[in-house]
Design a protein around this ligand. Structure first.
Ligand code: AMP
Length: 115
């Protein structure tokens, strides 16, 4: 079964895609947690950050470079932003297709809630 993000990459289900190339696709999060909330995903399914190997260096690097370019295009680069990858259960990962969250457009507060 393809992941929901694979179906977005393939154009099978709608999404607000802001960037796509041969390695990655970026689209707006359906439930945004900040004024700018964009997900950058590898076009090829990689389940989580824990599954990355040396063979994925190019796509992993592309995800970061594309995040920087989108932040500039969104006008949030000067004030700053946050990049998050949630990994597996303790990381709070909900979709088993690697994705980089790009969040910004307001002060985002402390990195983690502590308790
Ligand atoms: P995570 O908890 O790191 O796995 O994040 C998954 C993210 O995917 C959440 O922020 C969801 O709001 C987002 N999401 C789930 N389905 C869609 C969708 N169809 N289009 C855009 N974003 C989605």
């Amino acid at each position: 079964m393809p992941t929901i993000f694979s179906r977005i990459v393939a154009g099978e289900i709608p999404a607000d895609i802001v960037y796509q190339d041969e390695l990655v696709t970026a689209f707006r999060d359906i439930n945004p947690k900040a004024p700018t909330h964009i997900l950058i995903v590898p076009n090829r399914e990689i389940p989580s950050a824990a599954d990355l190997t040396e063979a994925d260096e190019q796509v992993a690097g592309r995800m970061l470079i594309v995040a920087r370019k989108i932040a500039e295009a969104e006008g949030i680069a000067d004030d700053g932003y946050r990049l998050i990858i949630n990994c597996k259960e303790h990381g709070g990962q909900e979709v088993d297709h690697l994705h980089l969250h790009l969040l910004g457009g307001r002060p985002l507060g402390p990195m983690l809630l502590t308790r």
